[in-house]
Design a protein around this ligand. Sequence first.
Ligand SMILES: C[S@@+](CC[C@H](N)C(=O)[O-])C[C@H]1O[C@@H](n2cnc3c(N)ncnc32)[C@H](O)[C@@H]1O
Length: 535
Amino acid sequence: MFLSSITKNGTTKVSGKITMTNEDASRCGSCGAKATLKCTACGTVYYCSKEHQKKHWKVHKKECLPYSEENGPQQGRYLVASRDIPAGHLIFKEKPLAIGPPSSSKAICLGCHSPITSPDYPKCPRCFWPLCSPECANSILHIPECKYLSTDENSHGPPKSIDETPRYDVVLLLRCLALRNIKPDAWKIIEKMVSHSEKYEKEKEPFHMTSVTYITEFLKDVCDVQTAHHVRGAIITNAINTRGPQGQTIRGLYSKIYLLNHSCVPNVTLRADVYSTLYIHAAKVIKKGDPLVFSYVTSAAPLWQRQEELKCIYNFLCKCQRCTDPTELGTHFSNPLCSKCKRGFLEPAENYQHPWTCSDCGESKDLEHIIKVDDEILDEITKSCTSFRDSSAMLQTVLKSYHPKHYVWLRIAQTILGKFSNENDTESLTLRKDIWQQVLLLFFKIEPGLTRRRGVSLFHAACLESEIFKQGETTGKLSPQEQLVAVTKILYLLESAHEIMSLEPPNSVEQRWLRLVNEEISKMKTIREKLEERH
Ligand SMILES: C[S@@+](CC[C@H](N)C(=O)[O-])C[C@H]1O[C@@H](n2cnc3c(N)ncnc32)[C@H](O)[C@@H]1O
């Protein structure tokens, strides 16, 4: 028959685009009869025969998703590209199953998620939690948790001020639990999520325990302790942070996005609109069979910081291409120069915590020592960053102890760029532009492709080039030919930034970047036209 090989998750591949499934029989997408074959590419549509699959392809190809779900012993379930996906392609977008404030938040309205800034905020008449207006007490968003929160007879839960507090952690937890009755299908997905709750329970992690104790001991009839541990763990492991219209942080759980596994060399990007709909794009060309991965932690953190966070929150050791290469893809992002021979770099063995050994002379140091030296240097330089010229001289000094793509260099570079963004003499502009270009080269390695970080860096580099061009134009230092070359370079940078920024979803806070890039592009095009006319 069609059978040729067995895949990891117990399905049997056939030539072409169809798979035998040993799941319960479903209905044929073409005729509605009982079906035991399913589309291999997306795994969502079933067929009773190969012929009916062929017949249905005209309709299905418009909806056939470019990914499918797989399962592995180490990494659990994950999504895999079922065909080659071009860079920038919108792989899918998804609305949240449930949204709520992050685990720790300043006062935020539970009816509409607006930040609350006045200490005289209105309170919900039933549960006494802060709102932005009395009308929000009856918002659809607030009703589900209000039912539970209002059983807190002694008002242990409501925040007592507008300051940041972890009390908001329970809100999303209760909204998820409310789905058991409101949306049972969504609840089934949450039940299946990885939660690592045994770990949180065993370690008695204080934030976890406080929320679980509150909803099981102070509120009536919410759920049993095991369910509370699971849901709280599932939120911590799977929720994604987004931003509301006023820039406020909100977190949400999603029905497919949670299946994206982690890599420190991501190939997809997540972008959100203000309604927390997430857009998943290919950051670069993704080959058929590649897992779809994004980074759970910031790519700008050194190896040990990324690994500790992944272990502590997500309970695994990352074995991605970047983490297993002792030079982190040739960047030496976490490797200091050996202080003994000054030729080699200190590199970790398989376990990042083992003594780090010089690649040239074999000298070794403990991770603790490396972190201490990095912290001291960062502290000293950040404190003495008082003038732009001194700071950029320090950036050069740092290169005596670190590679130009090391994270200590990056942190100092970012501090300088932030602190001296208004220094506009030609020398400072040129130095800042050079720093941005080095930052860009680094991100090209650690956050490659169509990522927002690269888009923003390209835009900043273009704006500095543009400022230098304008000063050269005013002082008459540039010949018409040199002007044309400079404008062409600026337009190239801006158009590269545009390619990335155009992936920002409609109704997103980040659309402002796209507007800025578009404005600069049209200004530069007008200048180029005038120059070409003169030429
Ligand atoms: C958001 S979930 C991803 C989906 C998950 N694999 C599942 O089966 O539901 C995050 C969890 O997946 C696992 N995971 C994600 N990326 C991994 C990786 N690169 N290596 C090992 N485990 C990984 C970890 O258990 C992590 O806590």
